[in-house]
Design a protein around this ligand. Structure first.
Ligand SMILES: [Fe+2]
Length: 252
């Protein structure tokens, strides 16, 4: 196995049934990019659909037929676990019930995907149960470089809206990450704009949405979460054993 690992991260696709296929088309363009770059794996970090609808999951499944690399799905606050699971019966890594956290052991970098959605809520919740799961899961393989994926940013973005709908329990999340030095990257979505932060020793990258980019509001009076004309996209996280990760924005 090559010691290079290329992970395509596609986030906040918000596939819907009433947009004449526009969001699904953006998703397919991102998949075309992953194919062109010969990504080793693809992870979708939540808000796969826009309104939890079964018809939206059907459109999503159609868009994801024949992906160019092994494909992994993580829910966001716009997703519904049971419908997601039902729409992708062949995705054996997804737990059969309950929380949809999982690990992927097939690549030179281990993927630990954390489902921290709070059903019915816009914010995320890193609960004590998830903290125990993440701590034990990371402790089980301490020597392999690991990327942790989740939906909600686990650091303050300083955006007036998104910090109110971020990850509850972020301090506890940082406490867990701090105990596991093999976590070399954390990736998430939710904010629909590229941002870089840090949790303990690990850099954190927020991926853009493939569908639209939100503006930033850091001062009172600035518009909250306007849809901008900035370029949507996806991320290509390239890793080698000698060089570690570089995370590239790939515009659509
Ligand atoms: Fe989203």
């Amino acid at each position: 196995m090559s010691d290079r690992f290329l992970l395509a991260q596609i986030s906040d696709t918000h596939v819907r049934a009433d947009d004449a296929g526009a969001a699904a088309q953006q998703l397919r363009r991102a998949l075309d990019g992953a194919r062109a770059y010969r990504a080793d794996a693809i992870i979708l970090t939540g808000d796969l659909v826009n309104d939890e609808g079964a018809d939206e999951y059907a459109a999503l499944a159609e868009a994801l037929i024949d992906p160019p690399a092994p494909l992994f799905l993580l829910p966001g606050n716009h997703d519904e676990r049971a419908r997601l699971r039902a729409a992708f019966p062949a995705h054996a890594y997804l737990p059969r019930s309950g929380n949809l956290s999982f690990t992927v052991e097939d690549f030179p970098v281990r993927i630990v995907a954390l489902d921290q959605i709070a059903p019915g809520e816009t914010f995320g919740d890193f609960t004590p149960e998830l903290a125990a799961w993440l701590d034990a899961t990371l402790a089980a393989t301490p020597d392999k470089p690991t990327i942790v994926a989740l939906h909600h940013p686990p650091f303050p973005t300083h955006d007036l809206l998104f910090d109110t709908i971020g990850l509850k329990g972020a301090a506890e999340f940082a406490d867990v990450i701090a105990r596991h030095g093999q976590v070399v990257r954390i990736v998430c979505g939710h904010h629909h704009r590229v941002s870089v932060g840090q949790v303990a020793h690990a850099p954190v990258v927020i991926a853009p949405s493939t569908s639209w980019v939100y503006g930033l509001a850091v001062h009172e009076g600035q518009q909250i979460a306007p849809k901008t004309t900035e370029q949507p996209g996806w991320m290509l996280h390239a890793w080698t054993e000698a060089g570690g990760f570089a995370s590239h924005f790939m515009g659509l």
